[in-house]
Design a protein around this ligand. Structure first.
Ligand code: PHE
Length: 447
């Protein structure tokens, strides 16, 4: 079977941006920015992006493009040992776990899109009412399960069509739609009475909020939002067939991802401040606060539909990218057809997601380190497995494959010296060391 590839470099860029732009940008970024002091957190986050996010992103795509294999084969080939191959397999498993719980949360979004279409969302007059409504929905196992199943089905269907006619085409339709919807909401948000407060909040740094926890969150977020540490970018990179300048190919998706995060933060904060709410409402922001705002706005139902559609589109393009490494692995390792690999991946990710869908109802008594199952799985994946996967990728490039060999594949020979120096420094020292430091800090070692 010959290896699938993107139709063009643009195809990769759009698919990579579609993967990166997801719930993390629209749902998570605004509330963590709200929680950790606005502008200060954004600056720390941008610094991590330059020192860790960009190098790890490029390292992963480079590993995939060079080896033209799934993460398992790619890590094994470049690391020249089975142990490195196991590290690659671990990243695939991480992507699979992410796709299982991601589908549950994305399913809620899908449910809210339905509730916007039938008008229910704009009957929520206060955050207390909205929160109670949300809790009553998630306390029913069937609501979460049905939406989880439906969302997984839609994602599996796209993957069924393969790299070019499924992933690439799906992204080429959904990503522009996402930008249009986001722009409409941004313009509407900036016309709200809270716009000035929101922009001030986002531009005025409160450094006292930058605690060690904020650093760990910023690091974890930069990995999660760029879809790093879980085989996605290695796999997407393995579908790049041409040998063009990879840096130029990788920067646009990272920029698009960052721009969408910032736009989403402005949208959410203008809407939330405009309605006189606090910006730090946490994970419930989208479900507890946003509906009440739409309830009180003229044309609120239309805006609610747009908003949940936006988040749903972002989630679908990310979900397929979290599942694709597993599919690529099944095809490579067991010689399965794409259809068989896709069906098995989709149905097993659905099953693994079931306990997460039941976390707030049937299984609510199950607590792991004081968290319910969904929280525990998502925290473990994003704070342990993902940074570890990113660490393996950059350590492979910096210390095993070797920077000179990697740079030979990454940059043209006449590339500026500062660029070579930047990658040398980041691959070998900045990225791996910062990941270790933040990791140890998360374990409480420096406190
Ligand atoms: N980057 C996606 C987001 O921001 C999440 C994701 C994680 C996608 C892992 C693919 C793989 O929501």
């Amino acid at each position: 079977m010959s290896r699938a590839s993107w139709g063009s470099n643009i195809g990769f860029m759009i698919a990579a941006a579609g993967s990166a732009i997801g719930l993390a940008n629209v749902w998570r970024f605004p509330y963590i920015v709200g929680h950790y002091g606005g502008a200060a957190f954004i600056l720390v986050y941008l610094m991590f992006l330059i020192l860790i996010g960009v190098p790890v992103f490029i390292a992963e795509v480079l590993i995939g493009r060079t080896a033209q294999q799934s993460p398992s084969g790619a890590f094994e080939t470049l690391g020249k040992s089975r142990i490195w191959g196991s590290a690659g397999k671990m990243t695939i498993l991480t992507g699979f776990i992410v796709s299982a719980f991601y589908s549950v949360v994305a399913g809620w979004i899908m449910g809210y899109l339905f509730l916007s279409l039938n008008g229910t969302v704009i009957t929520m007059t206060s955050t207390a009412v909205a929160a109670e409504y949300f809790n009553s929905l998630t306390s029913h196992p069937w609501w979460s399960l049905a939406n989880h199943a439906l969302f997984m089905l839609a994602s599996t269907a796209i993957l069924f069509f393969g790299v070019r006619s499924g992933i690439e085409k799906g992204n080429k339709i959904m990503l522009p739609m996402l930008f249009v919807v986001l722009t409409i909401l941004l313009v509407r948000g900036l016309m709200m009475p809270g716009a000035e407060d929101a922009v001030t909040f986002l531009l005025h740094p409160d450094w006292s909020a930058i605690t060690p926890a904020a650093l760990v969150t910023a690091l974890g977020h930069s990995f999660f939002t760029l879809s790093l540490g879980q085989g996605t970018m290695v796999t997407y990179g393995s579908y790049i067939s041409d040998k063009n300048n990879l840096v130029k190919t990788c920067i646009p998706p990272v920029i698009m991802d960052t721009v969408v995060s910032l736009m989403a933060a402005v949208v959410v904060f203008t809407i939330v401040f405009g309605a006189g709410h606090e910006p730090n409402a946490g994970p419930g922001l989208i479900f507890h606060t946003i509906p009440t705002v739409f309830t009180h706005l003229p044309g609120g139902q239309f805006l609610a539909i747009l908003f949940f559609l936006l988040v749903l589109l972002a989630a679908v393009t990310s979900q397929i990218s979290a599942m694709e490494p597993t599919i690529a692995f099944f095809m490579e390792r067991f010689d399965w057809s794409r259809h068989k690999a896709t069906l098995i991946c989709g149905s097993s990710a659905f099953l693994v997601g079931v306990p997460c869908a039941l976390a707030a109802n049937v299984l609510s008594d199950v607590q792991i380190f004081g968290m319910d199952i969904l929280d525990a799985v998502s925290t473990f994946a994003s704070e342990v497995l993902i940074p570890l996967g990113g660490f393996f990728a950059v350590a492979l490039v910096g210390w095993r494959w070797g920077v000179p060999a990697a740079l030979g594949k990454l940059l043209p020979p006449d590339a500026p010296r500062w660029l070579k120096g930047y990658f040398w420094f980041c691959f070998k020292f900045a990225a791996p060391l910062l990941i270790i430091v933040v990791f140890l800090d998360a374990m409480g070692l420096f406190r």
